[in-house]
Design a protein around this ligand. Structure first.
Ligand SMILES: [Zn+2]
Length: 95
């Protein structure tokens, strides 16, 4: 741990991870590869499981995170996620 008065290195968190130290530490990914990441759309995602792809490579199933899993603060809203992702991108409703 170092002094926290210097915020020199800003990871690509898009502003997420400021609600509590736990989420900040996870998203910094300093010592491990976090399963909570910010997608290219600026949406905060959490990996919730693995899926087998046709290429025999396990893939991670991501789901948008609306509330911080550690402190419970609202991080983004459903409307924000929809706006960023563009309507129902990634939604798998319906048969
Ligand atoms: Zn938090």
């Amino acid at each position: 741990m170092t002094g926290d008065d210097a915020n020199q290195e800003t990871p690509d968190t898009n502003g997420f991870g400021t609600c509590c130290e736990d989420l900040e530490e996870v998203m910094s990914g300093a010592e491990f590869e976090p399963l909570i990441t910010v997608g290219s759309d600026g949406i905060l995602f959490m990996s919730v499981g693995q899926i087998e792809l046709e290429d025999d490579e396990p893939g991670l199933v991501d789901h948008p995170v609306f509330y911080c899993p550690f402190c419970g603060q609202e991080l983004q809203t459903v409307d924000e996620v929809r706006a960023k992702s563009g309507e129902n991108n990634g939604a798998d409703n319906g048969a």
